[in-house]
Ligand binder design. Structure first.
Ligand SMILES: *Cc1c(COP(=O)(O)O)cnc(C)c1O
Length: 462
């Protein structure tokens, strides 16, 4: 059979409220043109993020009912811990309410001012938490990773030569850890190869630098290794995942991604002494070490989700639906990051709107247009998210890429939803020459994209 179907039946449905173009224009205006400020009931297809938006399975909901809500020593914690040890291979498992809490605990334990933390590309919360500790976050993607249109099977790879040069320059003593984000979210949802994981691991080990994996999309990365890397076609995704983590000393994880859960995360390591310091911090801000800011039912849902995410029929469908979206818009000329990644399509807004300069926020324009066109909510990953306004001159410092991410929630939308998105993207593509830019009207000093207000520089939506 040629058609890859959704490998599930629908048992519970959530109605979508349909809106008119006029209503959407009004909603967007009221939200300061920032789609983060919209109410979700005013959104038809929500591709803002794949984080915490998965549909849970019947088994996970059954697990929710079985959750043990004991403050200490919850049965659900032990099930969670056993699953994490088996899937990831780390002995010390510290539950947290989401990924960034694991990051904060890790970085505030090991990072100091003057330290440098390399990564293929730091995710926004990762970078912010490293910088909050006084350390510097450095992105070292391979050169191919910076060219959106260039296909490469493992564009998430870290530039090993650049890592060695960085360690040579600053000295290993100032690098408290190195990270690898799988898949590389900020850099296009692109996978990291096993060969690159091994090479980075070797460099780190030779300098005594711990390697941590930002493991949010580990199953999607493992499946892409199976499909694309020589020697892995016959291996199970679970085996490949174990091999990935055997290259590392620990990981941070947001269960809102490949945990197939709506909340949760963890920090894991084999370093018992470090884990003790981390648990002390956990108690201070998250909770007792057998719940870490989560309910027992959440721990159950995550434990079951971590098993389900490794099912290969699920991963095949997942990657097929993302690829389907990418191929259908690319076929009509829409510039996207190639090849499509694991969880999202990234439209190259700089190439989509070449007449809108980075300072006029082309990604923000495209996000606003997609919402007004069809009620689709995507997210800008460009100058709004990663640029900065110079506090003295007020000039916008542009990001290296202007992307719009359309992230697919897990197990939520069907093929006809994806067809609707394709149609909307192509309608906006048709009228791209008449689309103008935006300016920032109000912004917060950090992570400004969440709350900023924008104003269109040209008549909008007419
Ligand atoms: C989502 C994400 C995080 C942070 O996880 P939260 O659960 O949102 O706090 C960290 N790194 C990557 C790559 C992510 O995608």
């Amino acid at each position: 059979m040629r058609t890859i179907i959704e490998p599930f039946k629908i048992k519970v449905v959530e109605p979508i409220r349909m809106t008119t173009r006029g209503e959407r224009l009004e909603c967007l205006r009221a939200a300061g043109y920032n789609v983060f400020r919209l109410r979700s009931e005013d959104v038809i297809i929500d591709l803002l993020t794949d984080s915490g938006t998965a549909a849970m399975s019947a088994d996970q909901w059954a697990g929710v009912m079985r959750g043990d809500e004991a403050y200490a020593g919850s049965r659900s914690f032990y099930r969670f811990e056993e699953t994490v040890r088996r899937v990831f291979g780390f002995e010390q498992v510290i539950p947290t309410h989401q990924g960034r809490a694991a990051e904060r605990i890790l970085f505030s334990t090991v990072c100091r001012p003057g330290h440098v933390v390399p990564n293929n590309t730091h995710f926004d919360t990762t970078r912010a938490n490293i910088e909050a500790s006084g350390a510097r976050a450095v992105d070292l993607p391979i050169a191919e990773g910076r060219i959106p249109s260039l296909p490469h099977p493992f564009k998430g790879n870290l530039d090993v030569g650049a890592l060695e040069r960085l360690i040579g320059e600053v000295g290993a003593a100032r690098v408290p850890l190195c990270m690898l984000t799988v898949t590389n979210n900020a850099g296009g949802g692109q996978p990291v190869s096993m060969a690159n994981l091994r090479a980075v691991s070797q460099v780190c080990r030779s300098h005594g630098i711990p390697l941590y994996i930002d493991a949010c999309r580990f199953a999607e990365n493992a499946y892409l290794i199976k499909l694309r890397e020589e020697g892995y076609a016959a291996r199970s995704v679970a085996e490949i995942a174990r091999e990935m983590f055997s290259c590392a000393d620990g990981c941070t994880f947001s269960a809102k991604k490949d945990g197939l859960a709506n909340i949760g995360g963890f920090l894991a390591t084999n370093d018992a002494r470090l884990a003790e310091l981390e648990r002390d911090l956990l108690i201070l801000t998250e909770g007792f070490p057998t719940y870490g800011g989560l309910a027992g039912r959440d721990l159950e849902a995550i434990a079951i989700g971590l098993e389900e995410v490794l099912h290969e029929d699920y991963l095949q469908y997942r990657l097929a639906s993302v690829r389907y979206l990418g191929e259908h818009v690319f076929r009509e000329g829409v510039p996207i990051v190639q090849p499509p990644g694991g969880h999202a399509i990234y439209i190259d807004a700089a190439a989509f709107l070449p007449h809108v300069p980075p300072q006029e926020l082309p990604g923000q324009s495209l996000v606003a247009e997609l919402y007004v066109e069809a009620g689709i909510r995507g997210v800008e990953i460009g100058t709004v998210m990663f640029g900065r306004t110079d506090p003295e001159t007020g000039a916008e410092e542009a990001a290296s890429m202007e992307l719009v991410r359309l992230a697919m929630p897990r197990r939520v939308y069907t093929q006809s939803h994806v067809d609707y998105v394709v149609e909307a993207v192509l309608n906006v593509w048709e009228r791209r020459s008449r689309i103008g830019g935006f300016r920032i009207e109000h912004q917060a000093p950090v992570l400004r994209h969440f709350t900023a207000r924008f104003a269109p520089l040209y008549p909008f939506g007419s």
